[in-house]
Design a protein around this ligand. Structure first.
Ligand code: DP6
Length: 331
């Protein structure tokens, strides 16, 4: 009973920060993302009947206890649905920096969900896969789909899932990720979500989410880059304002992050179509239409403090891989 799946990370254009139910990962607000192509997580799950416990290998090495336990808890949901009692071998590799605000848990739990459900012979619809993926990592529910994706916050397990908003070919945007630091971040987003409610700004951020979601949805559907740029930057700034006013405060942005955001804003003022968004890490996602991508990439690479620039176009949905798919060579 084995299956291999591939999923891409995603960039939240309207962000998920804070849960109304932590156990079920029911978010405080809905979110919208763009799935990122060319960045992959490939995961193989093999259930071994009569085996106790799971063996988890991440990036070529046995996973540390917290990561391995998180994978096992997720596999338990799938084992329970399938009535399966079997340990699993899980092998997973991502071809981009892990844990540095590049949403690696999104692609990791989307790929794990798709592979484990298939290996357990569960036949699930994309919406059901999205609900399951959400339990492993909230943002993973969006990586089940390609293109532009909306996660409806919902009020319970059955109503909190993602769905496609516009397909991959709808709008050729490019995400240029200026990597300022690629090591693991000090505090993961799961712990960060727990602190959101300690910020006096979180209720206001959540209250305004519906209006920002509407503006973002409209901008995507109309392919209006100026409108998208202003709502994406506003939403990212609001999330970091919440993070920075939590107790204890969370500072994911470094001085080089802020300097780069200012530079990009100057470029946009001078007529270059580009905007920024920052997740739970120091790296800066620079979103632009494809015809501006070469210029933006060259300018980013020349900025002080930028180590490398990762380029991703709009990506496809998570999928099962056949044994001869070239991507299986990653694991
Ligand atoms: C800042 O989905 O990584 O990237 O559910 O605890 O795994 P867990 O958190 P995660 O949080 C993502 C936070 C974010 C914004 C977003 O992707 O919407």
């Amino acid at each position: 009973m084995t299956a291999t799946a591939q999923a891409n990370p995603n960039l939240a254009l309207i962000k998920y920060w804070g849960n109304r139910d932590e156990g079920l990962r029911l978010p405080a607000n809905g979110s919208i993302s763009m799935t990122l192509g060319e960045l992959h997580t490939v995961t193989r799950v093999t259930f071994q009947v009569d085996r106790e416990g799971d063996r988890v290998v991440l990036q070529g090495a046995p996973a540390a206890a917290p990561a391995s336990e998180r994978v096992s808890r997720h596999l338990d949901l799938i084992r329970d649905s399938a009535g399966l009692r079997a340990g699993a071998d899980v092998v997973s590799t991502s071809d981009f920096p892990i844990g540095a605000g590049l949403a690696s848990s999104a692609s990791a739990f989307a790929a794990l969900t798709v592979a484990a459900a298939a290996a357990a012979r569960l036949s699930l619809r994309p919406m059901e896969l999205s609900r399951l993926a959400r339990r492993g990592s909230g943002s993973a529910c969006r990586s089940i789909f390609g293109g532009f994706v909306e996660w409806f916050a919902g009020t319970d397990d059955a109503t909190s899932f993602a769905a496609p908003l516009a397909p991959e070919g709808h709008w050729p945007l490019v995400d240029l990720v200026a990597v300022i630091r690629a090591e693991e971040k000090s505090l993961g987003s799961t712990e960060g979500h727990r602190l959101a409610s300690t910020s006096p700004l979180q209720p206001q951020r959540v209250a305004g989410a519906a209006a920002r979601l509407t503006a973002c949805r409209q901008a995507i559907l109309l392919r209006d880059f100026d409108a998208l740029a202003s709502i994406v930057e506003e939403d990212s700034d609001l999330m970091h304002a919440v993070m920075e006013t939590s107790s204890p405060p969370l500072h994911y942005r470094l001085a080089a992050t802020d300097a780069l955001i200012s530079a990009v804003r100057r470029w946009r003022k001078a007529g270059l179509a580009v905007c920024t968004s920052v997740d739970a890490g120091p790296n800066v996602h620079c979103l632009c239409p494809i015809d501006a991508a070469d210029t933006v990439e060259a300018r980013l690479a020349a900025q002080p403090g930028v180590g490398r620039v990762i380029r991703a176009s709009v990506g496809a949905a998570a999928r099962l891989l056949s044994p001869d798919d070239p991507l299986t060579r990653l694991i």
